[in-house]
Design a protein around this ligand. Structure first.
Ligand SMILES: [Zn+2]
Length: 137
């Protein structure tokens, strides 16, 4: 789905998309793992697979150098999912490692596929990257 620059940012900040997560999609570096996490959610909502790929750590289980099949997999997810909102439940900051626990509110058709995840982020060359995540019941 395309998100207009003047629409509210999908991350739930109540700011306009163009003044919030889109600046990161356009090349600015998030200053914290929390900003990165929110901007990745917004990238899912705005169907921006490049941003998802560029902010994923090499050690992530989805990481592959086969960018075309990775993109296809991400697009399949975009196409079947509505991104309804994001709730940040906990943020544990650190110098090179940080954790964000969040609830992603998602629907696939009429089915609520929302989940809670604790994500781990690692700083590499001064850039925060998504390392891994575990689902929380
Ligand atoms: Zn945002």
């Amino acid at each position: 789905m395309k998100v207009s620059g003047n629409a509210f940012c999908p991350c739930g900040s109540q700011k306009k998309f163009k003044k919030c997560c889109r600046v990161f999609h356009e090349g600015e570096s998030p200053s914290s793992a929390l900003e990165l996490m929110k901007s990745r959610y917004s990238a899912y909502a705005a169907s921006n697979s490049d941003y998802i790929i560029n902010t994923t750590h090499r050690d992530n289980k989805d990481y592959t150098t086969d960018i075309n099949s990775w993109k296809k997999q991400i697009y399949d997810f975009f196409n079947h999912t509505e991104f309804k909102g994001l709730e940040i439940l906990e943020f544990i900051d650190g110098d090179n490692e940080a954790f964000v626990t969040f609830k992603a509110i998602l629907f696939q058709g009429a089915i609520d596929t929302s989940f809670i995840e604790k994500s781990k982020f690692v700083k590499v060359n001064n850039m925060w990257l998504y390392h891994s995540g575990e689902f929380i019941q």
